[in-house]
Design a protein around this ligand. Structure first.
Ligand code: OXD
Ligand code: MN
Length: 586
């Protein structure tokens, strides 16, 4: 029985039922009893494995198919009417043609299965920031994951009333056939369709699909920003909390920064850090002319390998209860392990594929993209403002990437428009872990390349247009924790020590710190960053704050080539920022 009278929901569910032909439809209400009975059912079929309830209460284990372990950008589409609206960085197919293609794959795909209908909210139900969604799926893993990552419950239907204003998301595992795998967005129809995958990033439709790709289009139309950003609160010894948002491509320590532990000497002085979000920020101009941020999610979908007591104790603590582990090592005592957790790989465990694993044979036990799906409220440093429907005021935005030589430790843009330029030229050098040539740079503007639901140049223009609504905008900076010396050794210790840089950024935002002008922007003087206890010398810091004009001239040529790909739509202000940068470099 439908648990909502909203016709826009019931008609659509009926339409999907006719197409996919499930044996039954189950309306998810989000109650603990219903979720528990679904987990029990999934234990029986093997879709989930119960973990050791004494050591990991409420935790479960899941394996995805071997061919289905990551987001598939090559199979991800933005299907708006005009190709030019999707832009050169998105895959596009004409919407009706795509729907016909998908209908064939969906036809009968839930025969013998149950169709689950999940009502969920991104943001606090009833808040001015909140947006609602309904996801249809045939996966219990998706139901229980959505219940961690989003706010699932019948109150979503109450808040929606009889309005059509919700995002439709249709997911079917089908045959998990990678040749027929599609992650498709119809931004003009508020619809997402995902098929032939069971991997979180492709099927938890509230996350990348809704909260970034679809929401970026909603933000463009409604005057706000949906960003791939962490939100961090920094509390000084006087008890004042200042908030920063940060965008980083993958493998740049974004989750670690979101849950940063201050250096010991700073903790002793009373510094504290609070996590509001680790992945997505929805940003709106407030009536006070500041930019206000909420994290629309309710959980963390974090990469497990590399997470340890040393690198990120807060993330690790978050996963000790009510967490779903995917594609990690399963130990015989019903606990889990992954590379980088500690130095003691288990010898009698199953690897992520479910095979007996011998750590000495050189193979990895956990998949490099294995994940934990954990409630944000488990996090020891979760912000008191996490559930504040108004969000938090943002004083600074930091963009970052992994650059061995080019980018300094930190620099501040001249103003908002120049900050948009700084975000648009974000880049990261490939590490051995990623596909492609080591050292090759991949431009990833605002870390949104795979997540912007419309033409990237229109998105930059939208960023530029936001300035008008912000009488008190955040400052915009760029950071780089990954500078190396001539021997290839990192020059900056990173992790908790990054607070020393963030603190300068936040003092700049309040006009409390000095800076010098350089060709690329404002930079701290070495004495502006507290090095005590880092082991970093003044000379090294000086090097970290020095730029090589020749590298930057080459960088400008590369940016020009990158910008050329956006044609006529490239905003004039960005072209001008590039020209000015080149002329300052001489
Ligand atoms: C993520 C990603 O999983 O950015 O957060 O890929
Ligand atoms: Mn992300």
């Amino acid at each position: 029985m439908a648990i909502t009278a909203n016709r826009y929901v019931t008609d659509w569910v009926e339409e999907c039922r006719e197409l996919l032909q499930p044996d039954r439809v189950l309306w998810i209400d989000g109650s603990p009893e219903q979720l528990e009975s679904l987990r029990q059912e999934a234990y029986r079929t093997g879709e989930l494995v119960a973990l050791n309830q004494e050591k990991l209460p409420g935790c479960v284990y899941h394996r995805s198919a071997l061919n289905d372990v990551a987001r598939v950008e090559s199979r991800t589409y933005i299907c708006c009417k005009r190709q030019e609206d999707a832009g050169p960085t998105n895959n596009w197919v004409e919407p009706e043609e795509m729907k016909a293609r998908l209908r064939e794959i969906y036809a009968g795909a839930m025969k013998g299965r149950t169709m689950y209908v999940i009502p969920y909210s991104m943001g606090i139900v009833g808040s001015p920031f909140a947006k609602y969604g309904v996801e249809i799926t045939d996966s219990i893993y998706v139901v229980v994951s959505m219940a961690i990552m989003t706010r699932v419950g019948t109150d979503v239907y109450d808040a929606l009333g009889d309005s059509p204003d919700y995002i439709r998301g249709l997911h079917a595992k089908a045959e998990l056939d990678e040749e027929k795998r599609y992650i498709v967005h119809f931004p003009e129809e508020n619809t997402i369709m995902s098929v032939n995958s069971g991997y979180g990033g492709n099927v938890l439709l509230g996350k990348k699909c809704f909260a970034l790709r679809i929401a970026s289009c909603l933000g463009r139309d409604e005057g706000w920003l949906a960003e791939h950003m962490l939100i961090l609160g920094v509390e000084n010894p006087q008890g004042e909390v200042r908030y920063v948002c940060g965008a980083f491509p993958s493998a740049c320590g974004k989750t670690n920064l979101a849950m940063l532990v201050p250096p010991q000497a700073w903790r002793e002085k009373g510094w504290k850090c609070w996590c509001v979000g680790d992945d997505i920020a929805w940003l709106r101009p407030g009536p006070d002319g500041r930019l206000w941020a909420v994290n629309p999610e309710k959980g963390f979908f974090g990469v497990a390998p590399g997470t340890s007591e040393k690198t990120n104790p807060n993330a690790l603590a978050t996963t000790r209860k009510d967490t779903i582990f995917t594609n990690v090592v399963l130990k015989p005592d019903g606990t889990v392990w992954w590379e980088g957790l500690d130095k003691n790989p288990p010898t009698d465990a199953l690897n992520w594929k479910g095979e007996p694993w011998d750590p000495s044979d050189g193979s990895k036990g956990a998949h490099p993209n294995s994940r934990f799906t954990a409630p944000a409220e488990n996090c020891p440093c979760i912000s008191k403002e996490f559930n504040n429907p108004q969000g938090v005021p943002i004083s600074a935005i930091v963009f970052g990437g992994r650059r061995a030589k080019t980018a300094p430790l930190v620099y501040q843009s001249w103003d908002w428009a120049h900050g948009v330029f700084v975000g648009s030229i974000m880049a990261s050098e490939k590490t051995a872990a990623a596909e492609g040539k080591v050292g090759e740079t991949r431009r990833d503007p605002m870390a949104m390349l795979p997540f912007c639901g419309y033409h990237m140049a229109d998105y930059w223009q939208h960023w530029l247009d936001m300035e008008e609504k912000l009488t008190n905008p955040p400052i915009i900076c760029n950071v780089n924790w990954f500078r190396t010396d001539d021997q290839g050794q990192f020059q900056w210790p990173g992790f908790g020590e990054n607070l020393r840089v963030v603190e300068w950024v936040l003092r700049r935002a309040f006009g409390e710190a000095e800076a010098v002008e350089t060709p690329i922007g404002y930079m701290p003087r070495p004495e502006d960053i507290d090095l005590e206890g880092t082991g970093v010398s003044q000379e090294t810091l000086q090097e970290l704050l020095t730029i090589d004009p020749d590298l930057w001239k080459a960088e400008c040529r590369d940016i020009r080539a990158f910008y050329a790909g956006f044609g006529e739509k490239l905003p004039e202000k960005l072209r001008k920022s590039l020209d000015e940068l080149e002329s300052r470099l001489g």
